[in-house]
Design a protein around this ligand. Structure first.
Ligand SMILES: Cc1cc2nc3c(=O)[nH]c(=O)nc-3n(C[C@H](O)[C@H](O)[C@H](O)COP(=O)(O)O)c2cc1C
Length: 324
């Protein structure tokens, strides 16, 4: 059976990608993911704050940077190199350990500093770069267009800097996800991850403190990305990778039927072990076998492509009284 898939210009042996998390922060785990059959892995993100922290630390050590601002530029390039060297090593070591695509990941909050760093990611041998962009607009005077322009600018500057494919991972807090996705496509990205699952703080009513104990997704969370994969895949040319709530082979099948080019997951690996990748792959194959499909393109986008089914993805209110 042929599971091969082309995603953002990369040739993958199957559409099962291990998404960015602590799991993909070590070469031993990455090797295990490849051995269990994953099509590609996305490395744990390097955070823009990590790069900035390294710089800040240098500044705080010496007043000289206040009096001699030209020294600041020097320290910036120095710290950028120092703060992120372990990440560049992770790329190099992963690349020599596995023969599936290794996608590096940068968590961007809006600054420009790491754009140069994107070039170093490419030099280190990453096959593609995933931008995990999370601009949280706290400023009540910042309008939606301004926020969206930050995304456009980030994508454009990285696309102009590197020759490898650029993939963008989005959250779903936009007033018009289709327009935002089109903007990202027009800025030159080859792939779009729909969606990231952001940190979800909760409150412990005993200790009166903020806690984070729901850091893994549950299967029910699949439906929001499923809707948007269905709505985006017929409209845009960019390759869509489904993310959040994919826990079983059936979830993979659903996202491919809705039009996803690849699927990404990590919560199910935290819950069931990295071995779960082999179960996802076997389950996908046996479903295809049962339906008589030989390759992914035989059924990708099959649900949601006609007008009636598309309308079902678009509908947001319940119509049937019996459902209420
Ligand atoms: C422990 C943990 C760490 C994560 N770290 C990152 C990260 O560094 N960068 C990133 O883009 N996403 C990160 N994510 C988000 C995942 O890549 C993924 O998009 C999200 O968890 C939804 O997929 P899931 O339902 O399979 O968990 C992390 C998720 C978890 C659970």
């Amino acid at each position: 059976m042929d599971l091969s898939t082309k995603y953002a210009g990369l040739q993958l042996r199957n559409p099962l990608i291990v998404s960015s998390s602590k799991i993909t922060g070590s070469v031993a785990n990455i090797k295990k993911c490849a051995d269990m059959g994953s099509g590609a892995i996305v490395l744990k993100s390097v955070f823009e704050e990590q790069i900035l922290d390294a710089i800040q630390e240098q500044f705080s050590k010496d007043d000289m940077y206040f009096w001699f601002p030209e020294a600041e530029e020097h320290v910036k390039s120095l710290s950028t190199g120092q703060g992120v060297q372990p990440y560049l090593n992770l790329i190099k070591e992963s690349k020599s350990a596995v023969d599936i695509p290794v996608i590096a990941s940068v968590n961007c909050i809006g600054g420009d500093l790491w754009v140069d760093f994107a070039g170093r990611i490419e030099e280190a041998g990453a096959d593609a770069i995933e931008l995990n962009i999370a601009v949280v607009p706290y400023d009540e005077n910042m309008d939606g267009n301004t926020v969206e322009d930050v995304y456009r600018r980030i994508v454009k500057s990285v696309v102009d800097t590197v020759g490898i494919p650029v993939i963008v991972k989005l959250g779903f807090y936009f007033s018009n996800i289709v327009k935002m996705s089109k903007t990202i496509q027009d800025a030159g990205a080859g792939g779009l991850v729909v969606f990231n699952r952001f940190y979800r703080p909760d409150i412990d009513t005993g200790s009166l403190e903020i806690v984070n104990h729901n850091y893994l997704s549950s299967p029910g969370e699949l439906t929001i990305p499923l809707r948007w994969v269905g709505l985006l895949s017929g409209r845009l040319d960019i390759d869509i990778s489904a993310s959040t709530g994919i826990h079983s082979p059936d979830d993979v099948v659903k996202q491919l039927l809705a039009g996803a080019v690849t699927t990404q997951f990590c919560s199910t690996l935290y819950k069931n072990g990295i071995e779960q990748i082999a179960k996802m792959k076997d389950g996908l194959e046996s479903w295809m076998d049962g339906k008589g499909f030989d390759k992914i393109d035989d059924f990708r986008g099959k649900v949601g492509s006609d007008t009636l089914q598309k309308a079902a993805f678009e509908r947001i209110q319940y119509l049937e009284r019996t459902l209420l």
